[in-house]
Write a protein that binds this ligand. Structure first.
Ligand code: GTP
Ligand code: MG
Length: 394
């Protein structure tokens, strides 16, 4: 019996679609891994691979890490938190996690910063969670105030535009102040004058994995400048002139650009061309700086000081909403040897809505390889594949 031509066509289309479906499912470059991490340029999320301690020299806990003066193995370092009195409960949550997984073995001091004095309750409750010393520091006015060269009318006008473009927190002056302080001022506080390394800790973050070695000594003994866990795309609307200002700066100061820089990571256009276009040449890829373990010598270097001053004078911390994350990341990507930047893949971490959750028996409370527990579209913000592609996983 002859089959009518439309029916034959329909059958053929069904077979083609079925083949396409099967190909999507079993293709070796499937872009979605079963745990939810979305990788288009890698076969799988490396967090799914068994993760141990980093290579290199590691120093483990001993009696030389006892609290107080007995702690002779500790290097010059602090856990560092900028926090408001109202965030006490969330800060205690972060502290509990970090003390449990790491600091009770090493007893590094905590340094808390605030633009207003800390309450007695804040001091009492935070100190009660650690055997290490806690320091409570007020930020000097000249580090926090809006700089004299910022025009308030222009600021108000600019925030309207930013709000129209849905830039989060654009209307909050304090948010701009916070980003500027985290970019170029925190390490100038007199309380940190003799401190070299810091681990930045925000309220309401989580740490999931037991870490048994001294991470600050890891940085020092293995010649690392900066450590991160998560790498994301930024909102290009918050930084339209950051890259153009950076190019101007580089033209004036070519001597600061490191020969082993990560320029191709900073300027990648392949993965998210729209972001690169809106940010005028910057991929917007950045280390998510609510977590950072770093050597302040880099921020205190002439290269970074010159760069920060250039950016600060241009007004973009207020007329746009430049975050410390892209500012730090661009500076590191240009002025530092990229081999001195380390992915702490073994430190399980969450700041809502993103995770770094390694595959290790030392981790509890997060799902291995899960990048986010938020909406599916958030996977698009993952920029780690670019870092791995251009720099590696070291
Ligand atoms: N003392 C003080 N701390 C602040 C102020 N604004 C922000 N911070 C702190 O700066 C850090 C970053 O601020 P967040 O409000 O968490 O900004 P964010 O991480 O971009 O935003 P979320 O996604 O909402 O967490 C946190 O540690 C805050 O506690 C402020 O005006 N004063
Ligand atoms: Mg936060």
């Amino acid at each position: 019996m002859a089959i009518a031509r439309p029916v034959r066509a329909l059958g053929l289309a069904a077979i083609v679609m079925w083949c396409f479906f099967i190909w999507q499912l079993f293709s070796p470059t499937a872009s979605v891994n079963p745990r939810g991490g979305s990788f288009s340029s890698l076969e799988r999320d490396p967090n799914l691979d068994p993760t141990g301690e980093p290579e290199g020299k590691l120093i483990y806990a001993s009696e030389e890490y006892a609290p107080g003066a007995a702690g002779t193995a500790r290097t010059s370092a602090t856990l560092l938190a900028l926090v408001r009195n109202e965030e006490l409960d969330d800060m205690l949550q972060s502290m509990r996690d970090l003390e449990r997984t790491w600091n009770h073995k090493f007893n590094y001091p905590w340094t808390f910063f605030n633009d207003v004095p800390f309450t007695e309750e804040f001091k009492k409750k935070t100190q009660a969670l650690t055997n290490a010393e806690c320091r409570y520091e007020l930020i000097p006015d000249e580090h926090w105030e809006v700089p004299s060269w910022i025009n308030n009318d222009l600021f108000v006008e600019s925030t309207k535009t930013l709000k129209e473009q849905k830039v989060q927190y654009a209307e909050l002056v304090s948010y701009h102040q916070m980003c500027r302080w985290n970019s170029g001022l925190f390490y100038k506080h007199p309380a940190l004058a003799d401190v070299q390394y810091y681990w930045r800790v925000e309220p309401k973050v989580h740490f999931f994995c037991d870490i048994d070695y001294d991470v600050f000594r890891y940085m020092q003994d293995n010649n690392k400048t900066y450590g991160f866990t998560i790498n994301l795309y930024d909102s290009p609307q918050s930084i339209p002139t950051l890259w153009p200002e950076t190019l101007k700066f580089m033209a004036d100061h070519p001597e600061h650009v490191h020969e082993n820089n990560a320029m191709n990571w900073l300027t990648d256009r392949a993965r998210r061309p729209d972001h690169n276009d809106k940010a005028n040449g910057y991929s917007t890829c950045h280390f998510w700086s609510n977590f950072e373990i770093a050597d302040m010598s880099f921020w205190r270097s002439k290269a970074y000081e010159d760069y920060f001053n250039h950016l600060d004078r241009s007004g973009g911390f207020f007329y746009e909403r430049w975050g410390d994350a892209p500012v730090h990341s661009i500076a590191l990507g240009l002025f530092e040897d990229k081999s001195r930047i380390h992915w702490f893949r073994d430190i399980g971490y969450q700041h809502i809505p993103f995770f770094n959750c390694p595959n290790s028996p030392k981790c509890k409370g997060c799902v291995t390889g899960r990048l986010t527990d938020g909406e599916a579209f958030l996977h698009r913000e993952d920029c780690r594949p670019n870092w791995f592609k251009y720099v590696g996983m070291g």
